[in-house]
Design a protein around this ligand. Structure first.
Ligand SMILES: O=C(O)CCC(=O)C(=O)O
Length: 286
């Protein structure tokens, strides 16, 4: 069981929760955001003028395209504030052992009805390694603003697969994918979980957890914000397409309700994933 709930608007990482994260490489927190908060997040995304300008399509190598938008600086709009909350960043920090985290980047994954592309099985550290992050003490928070079910291609994970350590990754289509032979072996050993979630739930996961999602063939949109964090002590010296360490400044949980800014006044440093030299330096798997 790796689903947990909130207590009076707070989420506490107890020893049991930390043990679950260490065992499975992920946990789900039900209703991390209440309805008002998730409605605000959805509005911020849907009304953004920047997102459509910076969104790009990545081929999944299976005939469809995955649409996403990436920004490097959290920003001070509703989305940026969400990624700095105690219940988001503070929770991941505790799950990863307590060292100070900084914002590595945020992505909006836009799986449109009937045509959203797949994400191949991969570990995020499979390609963050290429950026010279020395250890996999990194992780992400997957925050849906739409329902995620098997039907509209929710995230799939292999529970406990982070214990394998980093496995070889190749360029497949426009994506970095984990060695398919290793993934096959991993599937025989680790439980394959379809992580169905409601808007407002959040999935916290380790950078070595194998995860994937199918093409969205349903009539239902599936949009998800995914914020990734690195530990300050693990910030790489190598200059690359994500930024150097800068302090995250974790905010109290009320800050999202208090924030009314739908557009950031701080440059969010949007990036084009095609400029990602580290992923494209991976060998191509034909
Ligand atoms: O949105 C998805 O289905 C995949 C997300 C993902 O693979 C990631 O954030 O690393």
């Amino acid at each position: 069981m790796n689903r947990f709930g909130m207590t009076n608007g707070y989420f506490y990482v107890t020893d049991k929760i930390k043990e679950t994260f260490d065992r499975d490489g992920f946990i789900v927190v039900k209703e991390l955001f209440n309805k008002e908060e998730v409605d605000k997040l959805r509005k911020c995304i849907e009304t953004s003028e920047d997102i459509p300008k910076h969104a790009i399509d990545l081929s999944d190598g299976k005939g469809a395209k995955s649409r996403l938008c990436i920004w490097n600086r959290a920003g001070n709009d509703v989305c940026g504030v969400a990624s700095r909350l105690q219940k988001v960043a503070g929770t991941l920090q505790a799950l990863l052992g307590g060292h100070e985290l900084y914002h590595y980047h945020t992505k909006l994954m836009m799986k449109e009805p009937e045509k959203g592309g797949a994400f191949l099985w991969h570990q995020d550290y499979g390609y963050w390694y290429q950026n010279q992050c020395l250890t996999p003490d990194m992780g992400s928070v997957f925050m849906p603003v739409d329902r995620c079910t098997k039907e509209n291609s929710c995230l799939q994970v292999l529970a406990g697969s982070h214990k394998m350590g980093r496995i070889e990754h190749y360029l497949m289509g426009d994506q970095s994918g984990a060695d398919p032979d290793r993934v096959q072996l991993a599937k025989q050993r680790y439980e394959h979980v379809y992580v169905e979630m409601e808007p407002g739930d959040a999935l916290f996961f380790h950078s070595n957890l194998l995860h994937a999602s199918d093409q969205n063939k349903s009539m239902l949109r599936r949009w998800v914000l995914v914020t990734s964090y690195n530990q300050k002590i693990n910030a790489p010296e190598k200059k690359h397409h994500h930024l150097d360490y800068y302090p995250l400044e974790i905010l109290h949980n009320q800050a999202l309700i208090e924030c009314t800014r739908m557009d950031s006044t701080i440059d969010k440093a949007f990036m084009d994933p095609k400029e990602d030299k580290s992923a494209s330096s991976l060998k191509r798997k034909e």
